[in-house]
Design a protein around this ligand. Structure first.
Ligand code: ATP
Length: 288
């Protein structure tokens, strides 16, 4: 019994909650150079909704996503995926959890160049030795308009099509949660809109849960809820956002920063800010 208890992750009631964090703290480095990227964050990610995470450069968006997805360890606090506490899981258990229960999309697509679209889409399931649900897969492929591109390799596809393949790959195993880090960052506005439309459909028509980190108020406007991060804390949220309202909210960060650092001096790491809609950033590939 002691062994079972040891192996059993702590559970919490998470009805309607796909992911939850309590007191989530992440610090990098130590001593004088320590950076607190996340400062005791409490957050609930609602199931079946599209949540966007915004905030100035260095505010902790990617760190939050990585900690919620079990891609990074935390310095303090607890994180749950569904009712599984992931803080404290061993790397092997985390790898399995990410593979089985989470879908990832990144700015840089992260497709395997030697595999065709169909093979890329099912790769995580093939690695896991799982058979895809063909009916679901068909639905995903048709929703994403990839039916006539399945035999193409990534180099034979446009950026938008490659990101659609990455989207299908994230959806293929019908994960509990999809994390998308700047999924439109490498796309022109038309292709970006298309991908955002598909993520919206994944939520509305396929019942998926999506969390998207973005710098772009126009992209955030496709979500149901925007969480605003500032200096490692969730400082605001906005239901049913519009691009204009998100842009206005983001401008207030610049005002506050302007007030707190007269003459532009005294900036801390990652404090330089970035214009909404800009600032492409490279994200590490998924380790699943
Ligand atoms: N590996 C690391 N080592 C040290 N500091 C780090 C590391 N990763 C992130 N940080 C710091 O943690 C803070 C939050 O970084 P994070 O990348 O989460 O911010 P972000 O909001 O995603 O930024 P951006 O919009 O520029 O991508 C920043 O101050 C950053 O410099």
């Amino acid at each position: 019994m002691a062994t079972a208890a040891e192996d059993a992750p702590e559970t919490a009631p998470t009805d309607g909650i796909a992911a939850r964090a309590r007191g989530l703290t992440k610090a990098y480095g130590g001593g004088e150079t320590a950076v607190v990227a996340l400062d005791a964050v409490d957050v609930d990610i609602a199931r079946g909704r599209f949540t966007a995470v915004m905030g100035p450069s260095g505010s902790g968006k990617s760190t939050l996503m990585h900690c919620l997805a079990g891609l990074d360890t935390v310095s303090g606090g607890q994180v749950w995926l569904g009712d599984t506490e992931i803080t404290g899981l061993k790397e092997r258990e985390l790898t399995r959890l990410r593979r089985d229960r989470i879908g990832f999309m990144f700015q840089s697509f992260n497709l395997i160049p030697t595999l065709n679209a169909a093979e890329n889409i099912t790769l995580p399931m093939d690695i896991a030795g799982k058979k895809p649900d063909e009916k679901w897969l068909d639905q995903v492929i048709d929703t994403l308009g990839l039916r006539d591109r399945l035999k193409h390799r990534p180099a034979q596809l446009s950026g938008g099509q490659q990101q659609r393949v990455a989207c299908a790959r994230a959806l293929a195993s019908r994960p509990e949660l999809i994390f998308a880090d700047e999924p439109t960052g490498n796309l022109d506005s038309r292709a970006g809109l298309e991908v955002l439309g598909f993520l919206r459909e994944a939520v509305d028509q396929l019942g998926q849960t999506v969390v998207m980190v973005t710098h772009d108020p126009g992209a955030a406007a496709h979500s149901d809820l925007v969480l605003f991060l500032g200096d490692g804390r969730i400082v605001d949220s906005m239901e049913r956002p519009t691009a204009e309202a998100v842009l206005e909210r983001m401008k207030r960060f610049d005002v506050i920063r302007g007030q707190s650092s007269p003459g532009g001096g005294g900036s801390s790491p990652g404090d330089e800010g970035s214009p909404p809609g800009g600032a492409a950033r490279t994200t590490p590939p998924p380790t699943t």
